[in-house]
Design a protein around this ligand. Structure first.
Ligand code: 13P
Length: 340
């Protein structure tokens, strides 16, 4: 597999201000989402909901890639077409979550290390055969009293780089996701410091392990106030500190930065991305949102097939708003009320 294919795939995902739909919720996580709307999580209800998203008319104008979960990559639309083909036929690149989750790190209470390296080479080969052209691995960095430790930050950076190298060997673009959580009560300045250190170690390991940065995408948190912080930074402050942090730590060779939403509301995630693009940097700055692309669609659907069209309209609207934000061309007046 040539390096050029990796570069081309990475660039294609974020071309024309497009972003990524993260639809790779594990079986446990999607159950929580379905619980919130009173829908039972079964293989068929999960398949139906993902089909609804992937067949949304016009989504390909705003979405360049979709991250799938193992089960979803093996599922098909009602007419028997595998989801990977449904997406590829619209010019949307299929991806796959390959980590096996964040687990307690031995010796470091309150901290997590992401697992999934054992057997990854063989899984990547199978996933490529099933149509995946990019992958995702999420490291989780918590902020708290005395954490993150250097041990947690470095161990996760090391695992991210080993994953990324294996992906590139298999001809798959790795999305490198070191997520600093935003659910504590820390200030935005503390988020800046922790994100800086996390990015520093992540790129150190990627470079030491020979990962081709031009064939990767970075999926980071924004530099943002913790949810419980009494003083919440404005979108302009988020943008200023996010760009300052990334200009310091992310090489220009990286072909795209696709932010996670991390618990921001739908409109907040769009507004912050738009403000970030008002400043800009040497990379496309786009989105790889899960909750911030799906929250309205999920609630409008509510498990009733009769609501599918309205749910698709809600998803299409969020996708469009975020593609506009990735161009720095969004404004609050463009938002439309979501159908009840
Ligand atoms: P959120 O945008 O809901 O944070 O999810 C993105 C994601 O894929 C986290 O790994």
């Amino acid at each position: 597999m040539g390096a050029h294919e990796l570069h081309d795939t990475a660039q294609a995902i974020v071309a024309d201000h497009k972003g990524i739909l993260a639809a790779d919720e594990s079986t446990g996580t999607i159950k929580k989402r379905f619980d919130s709307i009173g829908v039972e999580s079964t293989e068929e209800s999960r398949r139906f909901y993902r089909q609804l998203l992937f067949t949304t008319p016009g989504m390909e104008d705003s979405i360049g890639g979709v991250i799938l979960y193992d089960e979803t990559l093996r599922q098909s639309a009602g007419d028997g077409t595998p989801f990977a083909e449904v997406l590829a036929s619209k010019g949307v690149i299929p991806g796959i979550k390959v980590d096996t989750g964040a687990h307690d790190q031995a010796g470091f209470p309150g901290e997590k290390i992401t697992e999934g390296l054992d057997g990854l080479r063989a899984r990547l080969e199978e996933y490529r055969g099933l149509g995946a052209r990019f992958a995702k691995w999420r490291a989780v960095i918590a902020i708290g009293d005395g954490i993150p430790s250097v041990a947690c930050t470095r161990a996760n950076a090391h695992a991210l780089a080993r994953y990324a190298a294996l992906c590139q060997e298999a001809g798959i673009v790795p999305i490198v996701e070191p997520e600093v959580l935003m659910d504590a009560d820390n200030t935005i300045e503390r988020c800046y410091d922790v994100t800086s250190r996390t990015l520093k170690w992540t790129f150190h390991e990627l470079i030491v392990q020979g990962v081709d940065l031009r064939g990767t995408l970075l999926k980071p948190n924004m530099v943002i106030s913790g949810k419980g912080c009494a003083t919440q930074a404005s979108a302009e402050q988020v943008a200023e500190l996010t760009i300052q942090c990334f200009m310091t730590h992310v090489p220009a060779a990286v072909p795209g930065i696709v932010f996670l939403s991390g618990g921001q509301s739908e409109v907040e995630a769009t507004e912050n991305l738009n403000a970030i693009n008002h400043i800009g940097g040497p990379w496309p700055l786009s989105f790889s949102y899960g909750r911030a692309l799906q929250a309205s669609a999920l609630h409008v659907w509510a498990g009733d097939a009769g609501n599918a069209d309205a749910a698709q309209a809600a998803f299409a609207q969020r996708a469009r708003m975020n593609a506009l934000a990735a161009a720095g061309e969004w404004s609050a007046g463009m938002e439309q009320p979501v159908p009840a």
